[in-house]
Write a protein that binds this ligand. Sequence first.
Ligand code: HSE
Length: 310
Amino acid sequence: MKDDCKTVRVQAPATVANMVCGFDVLGFCLDQPYDIMTLTLLDGTSDILIQHLGAYDLPTDPALNVAGAALIALQEELDGAMGFEVVIDKRIKPGSGVGSSAASAAGAVVAANHLLGGRFSREDLVRFAMCGEKVASGVKHADNIAPCIYGGVTLIRSIHPLDVVALPAPALYATVVHPQIEVRTSDARQILTQKVLLRDAIRQWGNIAGLVAGILKGDNALIGRSMEDVLIEPVRKILIPGFDQVKTRSLSAGALGGGISGSGPSIFMLSASEETATAVAEEMAVVYRGIGIDFHTYVGPIASAGVKIV
Ligand code: HSE
């Protein structure tokens, strides 16, 4: 039988990266869906043993698995040999655009840190978890990882050196629709242009500053009009059937604004009330029923807590 002090179970939530204008620098935490992960500390060995429950065919070689790669990065900063047995009940579908890989990476390092007595800071954990994210998308980015660990809304001012700014979670409701198609983050990054026009950059950083100011001031109208993306959305939306219809119908139903969740195909909207967020979910459903694509919708608050011990 396992010693209870050496085993921990965590709930690692989905997240919405970019928040439309803040490509790679802004993200927020959802309260569902979430993965459940159980970690057990293995003394006197550096082995990382990974087991998946559920339907997804994910790698179990630690170097190729997002949770494994994050734990390897953490192990590199430990003095002695400590291994982990990791059981992942993956409920956030990979390739959905709501931070499935980040949840595994963040959940693993938060759980490991708990088993190790909390010796690492949250920023350290973001740093380790980014090594997992790199396995999934080919580059380190923290706009899913940071909100998954910190909760609320996070701004990643820089990743070299890492500088995470935790923002208060606005009292807004998110609606997310996940059409059942897969978009790989690595593919969705490859189609982006590497150079932007100065006039577009000016519009984009005005929007990012406006969004952060809106969150700090509690100004919903400013939040709504700042969620505009002139750089990424025009390129990526072609990967998402029904995107323009979802956006138009959601705004007509009263959403403040929204757009592609992370690299898609999920789309999110923010609303001032749960009632409006629910009405927005119905509009999203109308679009995907019309197109004939299966979908899931989620409605819930921006979650102020990230990975939780459960
Ligand atoms: N910022 C990343 C991207 C998030 O948009 O590629 C991926 O989930």
